[in-house]
Design a protein around this ligand. Sequence first.
Ligand SMILES: [Zn+2]
Ligand SMILES: [Zn+2]
Length: 233
Amino acid sequence: MKVSMSFGKDYESKYEWENCSCQGGSSGIVLPKNSFSKVFNGDPLKGLAEGMASEESYMTAFFEAFPTEPKCFIRGEGKNIKEAEEEAWNKYQKIITCEHEMERRTRTDGYGYCKHCSYSSMVFEPLTKCCKCKKPTAYTKDYKGKWYCKKHSYTMPKNPNPSRWEKMHNMDNKLPRKRKKLLKKCAKNRFEQNGIYGKIRFNYKVYMKFNCKGKEFHLLFKRQELELIKKFK
Ligand SMILES: [Zn+2]
Ligand SMILES: [Zn+2]
């Protein structure tokens, strides 16, 4: 099958990779060990040129496959794309014949790794529980480290000392209060037209999110925002 590469021409793969989507690419060049000191301490261009000309330097390529059955991710690496595909294929063959024995290692979110092959997937229940309904969840946690499921994420308290990253992503403060009120009113009308009555919860990080009784919809573009107002004012 044809496999698209991160740059350059498509690669005609050796194996058929049924029910998998695949991609490949080059991860760059690996220089001999002593090259770094030459590059950083001497003439960088000369150091690089020498390193690349050396027999010890090589290009690396990767081949990635995303099988649907079992749903997982496989990555093979090698000096060229053929080698990388071969490594990925061998991993895949192991995965489909292995009697997996899954373990969590350091993860608490339900993600597991097979002890015998490279299979990894979401196979367990999360070890962390929603602080409201006690259901196992790894959906989101607040600044105190308490966990919330999707349904209860709207009751999560705001961090009184938000980090710069949080401030940047919290668009809520940038929205004029009047506009927010109008949007919430329109959202309420939209929910009610679909037979959902209750308190509207609003959340605006990268996009706007309206939630009522566990049902939700998103607004990603200004155009959608204006449409909502036009239709449900
Ligand atoms: Zn396995
Ligand atoms: Zn919950």
